[in-house]
Design a protein around this ligand. Structure first.
Ligand code: TRP
Length: 444
């Protein structure tokens, strides 16, 4: 059974695959627009606090359960508890969240493909913010084209997921992520040298404490879980493929560091340009798509860099959709006892149907709304701001109160191979501090 599941080839493979899951549209698309909607620097500050204080213990908790049991979302909780216990519902919630997230995620992933196509056809040459708005509005109100791109993205994801974990996922993540990173560095430099770039930096780094509201805190908390792929047993599932000799603590620190740096770079790339070109910082999900084309349009060799950028962003999105689909698929394989092929087919069909609904809900036709809010936004906010934190509390409480201390220590130290520092801090953060903090935020 264990052999059949395959696995990563070592710590490096495990880290790159997990980074591949974490780094994605969450960093480059969602983080900047959440930051823009929530007033900038205050959001950034709370975000960093959430990542450091909550992100690392949270990720370790998922790793502990996943690698201990070598099972996925639902099976892992079942195998660690008695027959009548309800803890496995955390896993069920996780699978459901994964399904909802991937349904809206593939829509945006499809947009990146369309923007890649536009870059290649040189559509961004010397555009201004009016032209970019027109391009965006024209694209989104055509019903069929966004759905076509989303469909293509589902097919690509399914193709990789069918070939299994070690084979597909790891190979993809390994060398394309560094390339994206390099390109981001270049884009940051470009953005910082635009006229009035400093306005963007003020927006990013001048914290005004009076502007921090509970909505800021909830959004930052949810975004940190979303960006780190936490709260729905995604990294739990990945860690079930890790080796016993992999150092979980080191792995988690690497993932958190890289993911946060990429998000910060995305913000430094976007906001100077937003202010320089007069784009609305609170534009919402369309922000990146309304800003970057102007930057590229004003650059020498803009079409080339723009194409390269959207290729790499699509790949970053792909390594994330792979991880999201893998949760749903491994659930179907283990719980419904179906073959990988059949499971992928079922999962991708359902994802495509929900993706279509999400896409249409944004196109302005007025159906697929809940209380006047497009279902895209409903899924997006419901999962990020509620389902992930709630799933997260479940996982933390499970590790903190249900698992045996000796087992937790055994996993964290890989059976005594590595020293664990700060164990008491870790266990009390997991048991009390973080769950209480999250609950308090929601009560207020
Ligand atoms: N973290 C990914 C991103 O930033 C998205 C993602 C992949 C995710 N797997 C997840 C989000 C699991 C939440 C949970 O783009």
């Amino acid at each position: 059974m264990k052999e059949e599941r395959g696995g990563f080839t070592g710590t490096f493979g495990a880290i790159t695959a997990s980074v591949g899951s974490a780094v994605g549209l969450g960093n480059v698309w969602k983080f900047p627009y959440e930051l823009g909607e929530n007033g900038g620097a205050g959001f950034l500050l709370i975000y960093i606090i959430c990542v450091l204080l909550i992100g690392i213990p949270f990720m370790l908790s998922e790793f502990i359960v996943g690698r201990r049991t070598r099972l996925s979302a639902v099976g892992s909780f079942k195998s660690l508890t008695d027959k009548n216990s309800k803890w496995y519902l955390i896993g069920v919630l996780g699978v459901l969240s994964a399904f909802l997230i991937i349904s809206f995620y593939i829509v945006i992933a499809g947009w990146t493909l369309h923007y890649l196509y536009l870059s290649i056809s040189n559509a961004f040459e010397a555009v201004d913010s009016v032209a970019v708005n027109a391009i965006y509005d024209g694209f989104i109100s055509g019903y069929f084209i966004p759905i076509f791109w989303a469909f293509l993205f589902v097919v690509i994801t399914a193709t990789v997921v069918i070939s299994g974990v070690g084979n597909g996922i790891e190979r993809w993540s390994k060398f394309l992520m560094p390339l994206l990173f390099l390109l981001l560095v270049g884009m940051c430099i470009r953005s910082l040298t635009l006229p009035n770039a400093s306005l963007g930096l003020h927006f990013l780094f001048d914290v005004k404490f009076e502007d921090i509201t509970f909505k800021t805190v909830i959004s930052a908390l949810g975004q940190s879980a979303f960006s780190l792929s936490l709260g729905m047993c995604c990294l739990l599932t990945y860690s079930s493929y890790m080796k016993k000799s992999d150092n979980l603590i080191k792995t988690s620190i690497w993932i958190v560091a890289i993911d946060t740096i990429v998000a910060l770079m995305a913000a430094v790339m976007i906001f100077p340009a937003v202010f320089s070109f007069g784009v609305e910082p609170a534009a919402g999900p369309s922000l990146v798509f309304k800003t970057l084309p102007i930057v590229f349009g004003s650059m020498p060799y803009g079409a080339f860099f723009s194409a390269l950028f959207f290729i790499l962003l699509s790949i970053a999105a792909l390594t994330s959709t792979i991880s999201l689909m893998e949760i749903v698929v491994s659930y179907i394989i283990e719980e419904w006892k179906l073959s990988r092929k059949k499971s992928v087919l079922i999962a991708s069909s359902a994802i495509f149907i929900f993706g279509t609904i999400c896409s249409l809900s944004l196109s302005g036709i007025g159906i697929f709304e809940l209380f006047g809010i497009p279902l895209f936004n409903v899924f997006n906010n419901l999962t990020t701001n509620y389902m992930l934190p709630i799933g997260g509390i479940g996982i933390l409480l499970f590790v903190g109160w249900k698992m045996k201390i000796i087992d937790i220590k055994d996993e964290l130290s890989s059976g005594g191979q590595y020293k664990i520092k700060f164990f008491n801090l870790f266990i009390w953060l997991v048991r009390v501090v973080i769950p209480v903090m999250i609950v308090l935020v929601y009560i207020f």
